[in-house]
Every structure is written in C-alpha cells, then in structure tokens.
Design a protein around this ligand. Structure first.
Ligand SMILES: Cc1cc2nc3c(=O)[nH]c(=O)nc-3n(C[C@H](O)[C@H](O)[C@H](O)COP(=O)(O)OP(=O)(O)OC[C@H]3O[C@@H](n4cnc5c(N)ncnc54)[C@H](O)[C@@H]3O)c2cc1C
Ligand code: FES
Ligand code: FES
Length: 1261
C-alpha cells in the first residue's frame, strides 16, 4: 500500500492510511500526534488564523518551489504529500535562536495573550519568503484578513510586520532588538537568526496514482484526470468526494464522511491557463493563482477587465484560503448550495463565462453558468472556466459588501456588465446579484428593459431602478441581514455602478461612484517616561513576548497528559425549555474510541459550578441539567473519547428525549417585560431618588437606548485538563478565577479542597468570559477524570462555547430628561434593564447605576435599575461590564441634549460635569485644540456639502471610569541564593494584560535589581490560595501592591545580612543572607485591611468617520484617544491595553451581531457569521496619548489601571456614524427635527435601515 511523505520542520514523515483517521487534519496531526503545541486551533473552519502554518512545495505545473501560508485546520493530513511544512517551532526558538519576525513582533508589543501569535508569525513568514523579501506596506497590511486577534487591536502587529516592507521608515524599535535578543535568548545560539533559512526538500516527485486504505474507505491521490474516472469506475460514484484545497468545509462543514476521497490538487491539467478564443482557466487553479493570471492577462486590451476581477477576488476569504482553495471547489459549493453567495460564480456569470465539464468518457462540454447551477456534478468534473475577451464597449463593475473589511462573505455582491452599441445605447446587459435568494441570479426584467436605452440618462436610471425595486425580492435568510437591507444594497449598488461608469455626473454625486479606499494605517503613541524610575515606568516588551512568538509558551491544553488521556465533549440541549425524559447514547457508544457517557447522575458531589462560597454567585447553576432545561444549548451530558474530534462527533450522536414546554421562549428584555411571568423575571437592583430638581426645564427628551450583547471571542475557547493524582486531582484550567474553579471542582467531586490543585499557566484571552464560566468546563472535565480514572481534556468547540456560555449582557434604557436652554439637566428619570439570561449570577445591573452617577451632576436624577431573566445562557461579565452600558447611556443623553438645544456637544458635557471631575474639562478643551477639532469640523462640513453620497463626521466622547479595589491577591517572591535571581508567583492571572511584566517591573524597581533577574511563574492555587478573580482592571494594581509589600519585607530581612558588608552587590547580599539563614521567600496578600482607595480614570476620545451612503460601509479615518494613566508602570503594555480595549469596543458597536431564532438557538455561532473587527477595520490613523503630569495619588506607585476603560470610549464611533446617517438622510429629503433612532450595533444593516434610502434621490444630474 502507498504512503504519503512530507516533512515537518525538516523531519521526514511517512504515513499510510492506517496511521491516521480519514478525518485527521494537518492541525490534528501537528498538535495531537506530534505534540507540537505551538500551532494553535480555535474555529477549525478557516475563520480565525490561529492554525496557520507555512508550506513549501513544488508547483505541479511550473515545477517551481513555492511558499504559502495555509490553515492547518482545513488541510487534510493525507493531502500533504510532498509538502515541506514549517510550524512556528521550526521558525525559531530559545535554543536555536529566534527569527527576525518573532523578534520584531515581540519588540513591537504585538502579543498580549499570545494565543493568536503563532498564526500571525507563520502567515508573515510565508508572505515574506514568497515575496522574496520584496514587500510594500500596502501588501503587508492587506495580507492578514485571515488572522483575528482579540487582544491587541492589531496596530502593533501591523507595525511590526510593516517594518519588513521596503517602503517604510526604520523604526526606533528596531534598534532595541539587540537588547531583547540578549535578554531573552539565554542559550548561545546554535542557529543563525536570519530569515533565509535552509529548507529540507523532499525529492523524488511521485507521479503515479497513490492509494491508501483509511478506516471505512480509501484515499487516492490522482495525478491525471483519467485517474479520477478510473477510480470512480472502480469504486462507483455513489459515495465519493473530490479534495482540492479542502477549504469548502470551512463554509459548509462536512456532516458525513464519504467512503472514497480523491485528492485532485496535483493534476496538471486542472492548473492550466491558456487562451484560444477565450481565456481558459483550469478548475484546479487556486484563487491566488487565479489572481496572478488575472494580473498577467490584464495587459491584453480585451482582458483589461481582469484587473477589476482581481480586486474583487482579493476580497474572497483571505490569503491562506486563497492559497489552496480552487475555482472548481468554489463553483462546486455553489452548485450544491445555491444560496452560497459565491463571488467566483458572480464574477464569471457577470462576464458571461462558461464552465467546461469533463465527463467520465473524457468528453468536455461547455455549459453556461446558469446551466451549471442546475446540473448534477456526480461523476462529472469541473475542468475549466472560459472567460471571454471583452471589447471596450463592454462596461463592467463588480462589488462585494461585507460586514467588515476582510474575511467575510458578501451581505450582497453584485456584478454589472453593460454592452453599448455604437450609438452608446445598451445592446445587452448582465445585472447579477448574490445573497438575494437561493434562486436569484439575474435581474432579467431590468436587463431587458435597458436594451436600446441610453444608459447615462436620468430617465433611464429612474426607470431601471423602479423595475429593479420590484424585481429584487430578497428572502429572509437568517442570520443574514434583513431582506430590506439587502434590497437597499442591491439598488444602491446599481446606482453606484452607473455613477462610476457615466462619463459626466453632477459633481456632488461623483464620489458615490467610488468605493471607500483605505490608506495604509498608522499609529502614534505619546507618553512620557521617567528614566530615574526605570525599570518602573519603562516601556519594555512583555516578559513572555518572544516565547509567545515562538509558540513555546503553553496554555491549559497544550501539555501532553499521556496516551490514556480522554477527551471530553458536552452534549447540548437542542430545545430551549422543557424537561429531560431520557437519553439514548447507543449510537455514540458504538463508535470505536468512545470511552464513556455521563449525565448529572454521574456527578459524585454537587451538580453546581457556581458555588455560593465564592462571591457574586447567588444562583446554583447546574453543570449538567438534571431535569429542567432553561436555555437552548444547555449542557445535558458528557462524552469521553480517545480523541477530541471523536468526542465531538459522538456528542452529536446522543439522542435526548425532552418533554418540551409549551411556553414560548422569552429571548429579550422587551419580551420579558411583557411576559405573563414578568414578576419572576425582573429584579430591581437599584433605586436612586433625586435629591433636588431644577426649575428651568425648557426641553423634554424622551427615548430609549440599547447596548447590544457581545461574545468574548477569546482565541482560546473554554478549556481545561484534569489529571488524577494520588491526592485528588490536578486541574489545569484556562480560568481567570482560580478560586471558583478550586471550590467548584472540590464540591463537584465531593472531596476536600486540599485535594484539589488548580494551576493556570496563562489564558488565551478571557475578557470576563473565563471568570465564573470557566468553572463549568473545569467541573465537567473533573467529572470525567474521576469517573474514568484517566487524565481528561476538554476544549470547547467554538460553536459549543458560543451556544452554552453566556456573553456580555444586553442593556436597554428608557429615559425622560428635562434640560434648560444651556443643556443642563433639570431632572432625569432613567430606567435600565440588564439581560442576565436564565440566572442572576454576574449581573452588571448594580454597577451600571454607580457609573451612571459618577461623571455628571446627578442629584436631580431618579434611577431605577433591574436585572432581567430571559431564556438564554446565563450572561456574564465582558470587558468593562456595567461601565460600557452606563457610559454609553450617558454619552447618548449628552448627544441628545446637544441636538435638542443646538449646543456644542462638548459644552453640554462640560456644563453637566460633577464638580469633582473638573480635571476632565481641561482634558477636553486641550485635546480638542491638539487634534485641531474645530478646523476639521469646518472641512467636514464642506465635504458633506460637496458630496451627496459620502458623509463624514467628527465626534467626541469622554469618560470617568471608576476603579474600585478588589481583594485577596497573594504574591510570593523567592530569591535564589546562588545567583540572586528572583521568581514570583501570584494570584492574578496572566491573560494578555501584561500583569507578569508589570509585577516583574515593580519587583525589580522595589528590590533595585535589573529586570532580567526576575521571572514570573504561572499561577497556582497551592502558592496563591483563595485568590479573587482577575477582573475589573484592578488585578495588576493589587498584585503590584502586594509585590511592593513583599519586597519591603525581603529588603528589611536583608538589612541584617548587609550590616557586615561594604557596599555589597545584590548577589553578595543574597549570598550573605543565605549564609545567615535568612528566609529568602516572602508573601503578602492585598486585602481590605490595606484600606486602598479607589480612583477615577479619565479619558477623551475623538473619532472621525467616513460613510459610503449607498452601501452603509464606513471607514474609521482617525481616532485620537487621551487616557489618564497616572505614572504608567509599563507604558507599552498600557498602550496595548488601551488600543485593544478600544478595538473590542469598536466591534461591540459596529460589526458584532448575535442573532437567535425563535426557539432560542444562536444562529451566529461560527466565524462565518460572527465578525469581530479585523486588521483593516481599525482606525486608519490611531493616536493614543497618556495624560501628562497626572500621577495618581491613590494608585499603586502612582499608576492607574488601563485594562478596560478605553473600551467605553469606543461609543464615540456610533455618535459619529449617527451624524453621518442624519446627513445622508437629508439627501433623501428627510428633515429629522426629532432625534433619529438607530438600532445598535451600527452594522451595515442598521445603518441602511436608518438611512431608509429612496430610489427617487438616485440621480446623475
Ligand atoms: C474562511 C473562508 C472564507 C471564505 N470566503 C469566501 C467568500 O467571501 N466568497 C466566496 O466566494 N467564497 C468564499 N469561501 C469559499 C472558498 O472560495 C472555497 O472554500 C474554495 O474556493 C473551495 O475550493 P477548494 O479547492 O478548497 O474546494 P474543496 O473544499 O476541496 O472542495 C469543495 C467541493 O468541491 C468539489 N470539487 C472540488 N473541485 C472540483 C472539481 N474540479 N470538479 C467537481 N467538483 C469539485 C469537492 O468534491 C467538494 O465537494 C471562503 C472559504 C473559507 C474557508
Ligand atoms: S483554527 Fe484554523 S482558522 Fe481557526
Ligand atoms: S494576543 Fe491576539 S488574541 Fe490574544
């Protein structure tokens, strides 16, 4: 039997089909078979970039070596024949030396939690190698649509990578690289740290059919088209799948595996590109190759149009998918799933291409694209596509409108081709749209109607739009944006195309014919640093940065726990309300490798993961529902199996019988407030009575405001491993709250707390989602470990994580506010409601009130706040809980007051400030001056007058973010006598916020030793018992405080040792202390007894946006953010926190949508449908500065916290967008005397709904 040969990091591997399962991906192989954990995984569908690796291979046709980034989660291991694969471990490491890409990313502070980092490194590595070191900043900026980073806000990553471009200014950061290298690469390097590494090539290209037996079937690698049909003749064509790039499963997950796989990725003929009367492109060309062909052929006059197509294909998926995903694969997906908004199909249909189908007799027949849609591809091969030459009288435009800038499928895509006759009248036209309905392709009536008409006349345009409006009837395709949004887009794009093609239009309309063009982004970070304090206040890279960039750091599930480890998966309920009647696990247990099935009855102790012995947990949430089902996606059982994939597959085979409730699920605050059982669903948390009332009410404002929910989108999902020890269990959890995991696991297993040890190496992003919720995964994993007496590992698949785990609570506010002519509030009645899901745990409702009453003078305000129960997962904290909704409500009110009084919104804010916040006044006025606010407003006004279909706006937001201390943060510091180095362990959790680096800086500063002498270990419940959750931005402060105290204790102990020495060095002092029997370990715990006083963090943010009125897309042109950081402990870390928080807030308010169906099922539970911002969604120009000369008298070492506050300032973006929407509506004749309500988030859908375009306004002159 044949074997597949490949190398990974230079080592040869040879696999037969029996060595792997038919579904083993390259990622599975790297992580689970080879235990190379540097390569990560999250979504397993090509949507997040955590898994990217680099491949070098010989191109099947050109025979040239090529280097490409691929998503290892999408590639089948058996497709890797003759590939040389490099993982992050092969790029550089501590032993061999680091690669320049790793070093620069570390030096530019491009890592926080580090979970996404190896994927970024490998994408850049492949890009750099394949470009042969000839890159532009534009290319770099454009190449990372594949990679999501939830922590950094992307700016530092892009800066680091752009430093490799040839058109960039050398950065001062590069000069520091040498220091970084010295500090971190302790071993003498055996490996040359250059970017021109040697490759180990697999020689001996195999060119004859390969056949491998895999469990239940066969895997073939074909080299000719004939091979394919010979196989099908032999095996039959009932149950086979062609494997080209295998990326299609990222769009349509494969539910049942076929018997026969035929890898067609190395068939020469399918990679051919040649011309006869058409340009013929082999169906096996990848999308990247197709883009290259388009570029090459566009120099021919009749194929000039290919440049436009190339630009469009650049918006399809992202680089790693385009590197292996093929034309044929894309078209086959469209053939099977007509609703798929394939850009490739759209482009080909627009230009009138045909598809060459090869049949089993090897005959080729050309079919039109519409015939292709209807044909059965069984036993047929897509051979090529034929693109016609187009003369200059063919006018072409294509568009793709997406929810974010890159890596998203189209909300609507459109292609327009108008053929004009000699009199410039329409001879024929193609008007094509995607994502209107599964069957809609052409706007045939509009096309026909245009024939014989002059295209660029207003009369023609309005007639065409009228017909098009009737002809386009989008069907509801949840969770796709609404049908009316898609209709607005279809009409707007038609108008845009005509505007852009018309030789002359009214100058006010002209920019409507262009698409938003984003410049290469840039950033500035301005802060002062006092060298006399260094290493405190010194901008340093994160301690772990290099090891994150090399994949050497380990996360909870990155350790090998032995061959007998079982993998755990949840069985989730697929009803919202009801009772469990019975389970049928027989199908699941039949699968070889499934070890066990467990329900609530198998839990040895308490079935609760929210124990009342820890704070904030009022309600006992079950680990596994024992009977009652409270939400769709609730865990009801567990499967244990020998692999993760098998466990997940088996979990889906468990049949649960429910007695369904007749009650209609209550899924929103609005529904809860009118529900029959409202009394049981609404709990008042806050009632604040006004102590005075103004007497000058001139304007009364009434309305409502809603802050949406948000998924945390940690790149590492909830995960945990539990090992059974002689004492009890060792739990390695991805939690930001060790104590709840500790208590909950002990109680779940019914064992003493001292038999449980929890350790947290680090967390791959948390944002509040891994505080109380991480205990669910830990308890479930512990149950399986205790039942099987085997190590257990649980990594929640993204879909399960999104379905089962709660998110940011939605918050709705209703208000009535009376103000005088100056905009000063005379009275306010505010009610707000927080959606807790099915349990009150972790509600942010009490906090909302304390922030609502912080910034402005609120003695005239009545505030009533409520927690609301809905039939959804129990929501939880999410970065800046309480403060985000409260600040958003306040900022909304200030904007409304400004609108009703006609006053300057900044002045309105200043007039209402509480006296204690005078400081913020100067920040507002000074910052506005600095960013030339007034001049820019004048330019924007002019721009808006001159452009009907583009609108700009500039807005300001402010915050006073109250920081309160939280307690029980132990720190233990050990000094080692032989070399005086220091190790710290603390009760905080390193989850990307840089706590370890800050603590090391504080320790080095306090002990007056170099930072290089200090290391910080992962957290552990033996050394740091009873620690509080790392949240509320305050943990770094608390741990820093305990560090100072422990250092003081150590220093006082060292006094005695120093007595007999003359100006001893640190090392001499330590040696002497050791000889004298001084205890060189000290601990301290920050507690309420320290009487630490809270403080406010001030901030001002000014944002400029530009809206494309016809598409609802926008660009965040510039953001200036001023934050009050006190004397920052670690300025680069704080810049990272500020930028990352702002971009997470940006996602909350613009791109992220959670859509549930009526049954309570979450529909946006994948990377395909849920869209946090990507690298090209951030501000084009992002300037962050720290408030000068403002040490914090209350903070630890005069610093302030930075983890969350900047998130709340991101609300400024919706105010700027609101203004552009109002301006846009004027073009349609609306005169909004009243405040215009716009639903949040300000997505394309909600923006277009708010604009409510009228086609009557679409004119040429
Ligand atoms: C994250 C992500 C984002 C994406 N975004 C977009 C997007 O914005 N727009 C868009 O249009 N597409 C998008 N795609 C789809 C992408 O273009 C396709 O996945 C890719 O082109 C499929 O090619 P493949 O070679 O990987 O196909 P495979 O996955 O190998 O195959 C897919 C199907 O096609 C069949 N097939 C393959 N080749 C042939 C052939 N020659 N003849 C007959 N059948 C064949 C296979 O049997 C299989 O059923 C996205 C995909 C991913 C993963
Ligand atoms: S795990 Fe591969 S892209 Fe997300
Ligand atoms: S550093 Fe990128 S996701 Fe955390």
């Amino acid at each position: 039997m044949d074997k597949i040969n490949f190398t990974i990091n230079g080592e040869q591997y040879s696999l037969s089909g029996a060595d792997v399962s038919p579904v083993t991906s390259l990622n599975d192989y790297i992580r689970h078979h080879l235990q190379l954990h540097g390569t990560k995984a999250m979504c397993h569908e090509g949507g997040c970039g955590a898994c990217v690796v680099s491949v070098q291979r010989t191109h099947p046709t050109t025979k040239k070596e090529e280097t490409l980034a691929v998503n290892s989660c999408l590639v089948h291991i058996l497709s890797c024949h003759e590939w040389n694969i490099t993982t992050v471990e092969g790029v550089g490491n501590r032993g061999d030396g680091y690669h320049a890409i790793q070093e620069r990313l570390a030096m530019f502070n491009g890592t926080q939690c580090g979970y996404c980092t190896p994927g970024w490194v490998m994408n850049m590595y492949s890009l750099y190698k394949s470009s042969q070191k000839s890159l532009t900043t534009q290319q770099v900026e454009n190449s990372f649509g594949s990679n999501i980073c939830r922590c950094t806000g992307y700016r530092p990553i892009l800066d680091a990578f752009k430093s490799f471009a040839n058109d960039t200014e050398p950065s001062s950061k590069l000069q520091d690289l040498e220091d970084l290298h010295k500090t971190k690469c302790m071993n003498s390097c055996k490996r040359k740290c250059s970017i021109s590494d040697e490759w180990c090539f697999i020689e001996k290209p195999f060119q004859s059919l390969l056949e491998l037996s895999v469990a239940g079937g066969r895997w073939y690698k074909a080299f000719t088209v004939e091979d394919i049909f010979n196989i099908l003749r032999r095996e039959g064509s009932n149950n086979y799948r062609l494997v080209a790039g295998n990326t299609g499963q990222g769009v349509y997950p494969i539910k049942t595996e076929p018997k026969i796989y035929i890898d067609i990725s190395s068939i020469d003929r399918l990679k051919d590109a040649h011309s006869d009367e058409n340009l013929n492109l082999g169906a096996g060309l990848t999308l990247t190759e197709t883009m290259d062909v388009f570029e090459r052929w566009s120099t021919n006059e009749e194929y000039k149009y290919l440049l436009q197509l190339r630009e469009h294909v650049d918006l399809v998926a992202h680089v790693p998918v385009r590197n292996i995903g093929t034309l044929g694969g894309n078209l086959a997906l469209k053939n099977k799933h007509n609703e798929f908004p394939s850009d490739i199909f759209l482009l080909l249909e627009t230009i009138g291409a045909t598809v060459g189908i090869i049949k089993s007799d090897m005959k080729i027949s050309d079919v039109s694209m519409s015939q292709f849609l209807k044909m059965d591809l069984k036993n047929n091969l897509i051979g090529d596509v034929k693109l016609p030459p187009l003369s200059a009288n063919n006018l072409l435009r294509t568009y793709k409108i997406m929810p974010r800038a890159q890596n998203a499928h189209a909300i609507v895509n459109a292609g327009f081709l108008f053929k004009l006759d000699q009199e410039k009248k329409v001879a024929s036209s193609n008007i094509i749209y995607g994502n209107i309905s599964p069957s809609f392709v052409h706007a045939t009536r509009t096309e026909n109607n245009l024939i014989g008409l002059e295209l660029f006349k207003d009369e023609t345009l309005s007639k065409a739009l009228e017909i098009l409006e009737k002809e386009i009837i989008p069907v509801d395709l949840p969770p796709e944006p609404s049908s009316s949004c898609r209709k607005h887009l279809a009409l707007g794009l038609f108008y845009k195309a005509i505007l852009s093609l018309a030789p002359a239009v009214n100058p006010r309309y002209a920019s409507g014919g262009t698409t938003l063009k984003r410049l290469v982004s840039r950033g500035e970070q301005t802060f002062e640093t006092d060298k006399s304090l260094w290493p405190l206040n010194e901008p340093v890279p994160k301690l772990e940065a290099l090891t994150q960039c090399s994949g050497e750091v380990k996360y909870a599930c990155d350790v090998y726990t032995g061959p007998r480890t079982v993998h755990v998966a949840f069985v989730l309920s697929d009803v919202c309300l009801g009772e469990i009647e019975s389970f049928d696990e027989s199908e699941a247990l039949k699968l070889q490798g499934v070890v066990g099935f467990y329900t609530a009855k198998d839990i040895p102790g308490k079935n609760v993961f929210t124990p009342s012995d820890v704070p904030w947990q009022d309600f006992a949430e079950e680990i596994l529902a024992s009977k009652k089902i409270s939400y769709y996606g609730q865990p009801v059982a567990l499967i244990a199996a020998t692999t993760h994939r098998l466990a997940v597959t088996a979990a889906n085979l468990v049949h649960v019988k429910y007695k369904k409730s007749n009650a209609v699920p209550v899924l929103s605050i609005q529904e809860a407030l009118v529900a029959a059982d409202k009394e049981q669903r609404v709990r008042q948390e806050v009632a604040i009575k006004a102590t005075s009332k103004g007497s000058d009410t001139r304007h009364v404002i009434k309305g409502s405001f809603s802050m949406p929910s948000q998924y945390h989108y940690t790149m590492e999902t909830q995960s945990c491993t539990v090992a059974v020890t002689s004492r009890g269990v060792a739990v390695r959890s991805a939690t930001q709250w060790m104590d709840i995991v500790h208590v909950a696991v002990a109680q779940t297993l019914g064992i003493d707390e001292n038999r449980v040890e929890v350790s947290v190496p680090r967390v791959g992003g948390a944002f509040g989602g891994k505080a109380s919720r991480a205990a669910l995964a830990a308890c479930a994993c512990a149950v399986v470990a205790s039942r099987t007496h085997r190590a257990a590992s649980l990594v929640m698949p993204l879909g399960d994580n999104m379905a089962a785990i709660g998110k940011r609570s939605q918050c709705d506010a209703r208000y009535e506010v009376g103000v005088n002519d100056e905009g000063v509030v005379q009275y306010a009645n505010i009610e707000y409601y927080v959606d807790c899901g099915y349990a009150y745990n972790d509600t942010s409702a009490p906090d909302v009130a304390s922030i609502l009453t912080n910034l402005y003078a609120t003695d005239t305000w009545n505030i009533n706040g409520y927690s609301v129960l809905t039939d959804k997962h129990s929501n939880t904290w999410c970065r800046a809980p309480g403060t985000t909704e409260a600040t958003a409500i306040l900022e909304h009110l200030m904007e409304r007051i400004a609108q009703v009084t006609g006053k300057d919104p900044s002045e309105v804010r200043i007039s209402n400030l509480a006296q204690k916040h005078e400081a913020i006044k100067d920040m507002i006025t000074g910052f506005k001056r600095e960013v030339e606010f007034d001049d820019r407003m004048v330019q924007i006004k002019k721009f808006n007058e001159e452009n009907a279909w583009r609108k700009k706006a500039l807005k300001l937001s402010i915050m006073s973010y109250p920081i309160g201390y939280s307690y029980n943060f132990p720190v233990t510091i050990s000094i080692y006598h032989a070399d005086g180095t220091v190790a710290i362990s603390h009760g905080g959790i390193e989850m990307g916020q840089g706590i370890n680096t800050k603590v090391a800086q504080v320790c080095a500063y306090s002990l007056k030793i170099p930072l290089a002498k200090v290391t910080v270990r992962g957290s552990n419940s033996f050394i740091s018992p009873n620690s509080m959750a790392s949240n509320g931005s305050i943990t770094s402060d608390c741990v820093a405080y305990a560090t100072v105290k422990a250092c003081q204790e150590l220093l006082s102990r060292l006094q005695d040792a120093k007595k007999d020495l003359n100006e001893p060095t640190w090392e001499e002092t330590i040696k002497a202390a050791y000889d004298k029997g001084v205890n060189l370990q000290a601990s301290y715990m920050t507690s309420p007894n320290d009487n630490l006083v809270g403080y406010d963090v001030y901030g001002v943010c000014i944002a400029e946006v530009e809206l494309d009125v016809l598409t609802g897309n926008h660009i965040l042109t510039r953001v200036d953010l001023l934050e009050d950081t006190g004397v920052s402990i670690s300025p680069d870390i704080d810049v990272g926190q500020i930028e990352g928080a702002f971009v997470m807030g940006l996602g909350l308010w613009t791109t992220e949508r959670l859509v549930y169906d009526k049954t309570g099922r979450l529909l946006t539970d994948r990377t395909w449908t849920y869209k946090p911002p990507g690298a090209k969604d951030i501000p084009v120009d992002f300037r962050v500065s720290f408030r000068r000369n403002a040490p914090n008298p209350a903070g630890v070492l005069r610093s302030k916290a930075t983890g969350e506050p900047a998130l709340v300032l991101a609300v400024v973006v919706i105010h700027a967008l609101h203004e552009t929407i109002v301006e846009a509506r004027k073009e349609h004749g609306y005169r909004d005397a009243e405040w215009l309500h716009v639903d949040t988030p300000y997505s394309v859908e909600n923006i277009l709904e708010a604009i409510s375009p009228k086609i009557g306004s679409f004119k040429l002159n």
